[in-house]
Ligand binder design. Structure first.
Ligand SMILES: [Zn+2]
Ligand SMILES: [Zn+2]
Length: 360
């Protein structure tokens, strides 16, 4: 009888504790949120980085669904100057979660006008405007066609911009900063030809043609303090990229795994989804295998290779290891499978540092 009473008391205590925890859980979460919010709102990624050139991975995915990777996006911090290269879906959110202040973006460069590289532009433009009361539109620099994309997006968001200006007022949302302006360039015709797009405050950015037929596409090289980063954009194995990347400190290269792509192709065929199967077959000829990305890195004598724009998606831990191993079979230097939130730093004083900056 005594034991039963004791057990009953214990059960009542457990239930009471559970009910108490249930009621207090929201309060505890709110206190944690308050502390996290203070840190997050005051955060600026650049303040913790040394003077130099930094590759900030704000989107390492592709058009295929992967909740751990935003669409293609690389932010480059050169000294105090912030640039973005491509803005795929989710890129702006990833930049926020990394503590990158988007009102500080000086220019956003596009490698080409495929949907996966531009479908996050609208949100970057909104953050560029809203997060710091920018009085100038986001400068979007890209190949011919960029003005049409920008005009279309500006039109699509004109009603939203009107609402925000009316609600918050011109001091918070200056009318002159709404949306984007386009700066177009003609892609250099020949392999080996470069076009200088930026040369200010010690930062130089050049562009060159890559091979993404039938898409008109470019890569970029960014130079600052005798350090450099070369970006492949989307391309099959490219001679002009190999030339442009000669001696660069860091090559950021896209990658498609023919083996994993074949698995997706075969699964699509087996499910009777011939159209999807055909697309998996078609994409092989305008992307680069990790072995070939390694060849480019080796021939260009780069300091390190970071793989990005993973095709197909890599939802299982360990899948990107196959990309790294393949690239290492053809390139002697360090190879990284970039993740959203990664930063590869090239300090002015030399060397290379890696860090990760992605909060909830
Ligand atoms: Zn792409
Ligand atoms: Zn593409």
């Amino acid at each position: 009888m005594k034991a039963r009473a004791w057990l009953g008391g214990l059960a009542a205590l457990v239930i009471a504790a559970g009910v108490g925890a249930y009621f207090f859980r929201g309060e505890i979460a709110t206190r944690i949120f308050e502390r996290a919010a203070r840190q997050a709102v005051g955060e600026n990624l650049r303040t913790g980085l040394p003077d130099g050139l930094h590759a900030i991975f704000c989107g390492t995915g592709s058009p295929l669904p992967d909740r751990t990777r935003a669409g293609p996006c690389l932010a480059v911090l050169a000294g105090q100057h912030l640039f973005i290269f491509d803005a795929g879906d989710g890129a702006s959110e990833t930049l926020q979660l990394m503590g990158v202040q988007q009102n500080e973006i000086e220019a956003l460069f596009l490698t080409h006008l495929h949907s996966d590289h531009i479908d996050g532009l609208d949100t970057v433009a909104l953050q560029h405007w809203a997060s710091g009361a920018s009085r100038e539109q986001l400068n979007v620099i890209g190949p011919i066609g960029t003005a049409r994309v920008v005009a279309g997006l500006n039109e699509a968001y004109a009603i939203d911009q009107g609402y925000r200006m009316a609600h918050h007022g011109p001091e918070v949302m200056p009318p002159s900063g709404a949306g984007m302006r386009a700066t177009e360039f003609a892609i250099p015709l020949a392999d080996g030809e470069e076009l200088e797009l930026w040369n200010k405050d010690g930062v130089r950015i050049v562009t060159f043609r890559v091979t993404h037929t039938p898409t008109e596409a470019v890569g970029y090289r960014i130079e600052y303090a005798n350090r450099s980063i070369t970006i492949s954009g989307d391309t099959s194995r490219s001679q002009s990229l190999t030339q442009a990347a000669q001696g660069t400190d860091l090559l950021v290269h896209e990658a498609i795994s023919p083996r994993l792509d074949a698995i997706m192709h075969n699964a699509s065929q087996a499910a009777g989804r011939e159209n999807i199967g055909a697309i998996f077959n078609d994409i092989l000829d305008y992307h680069t295998s990790p072995e070939d990305a390694g060849h480019v890195a080796q021939e260009a004598g780069v300091g390190a290779l970071a793989l990005t724009h993973f095709l197909p998606q890599t939802p299982i831990p360990g899948l990107t290891d196959t990309f790294v191993q393949a690239a290492k079979s053809t390139y002697d230097g360090p190879v990284f499978a970039a993740r959203d939130g990664d930063v590869i730093s090239l300090p002015r004083t030399g060397g290379m540092l890696r860090s990760h900056h992605l909060r909830f």
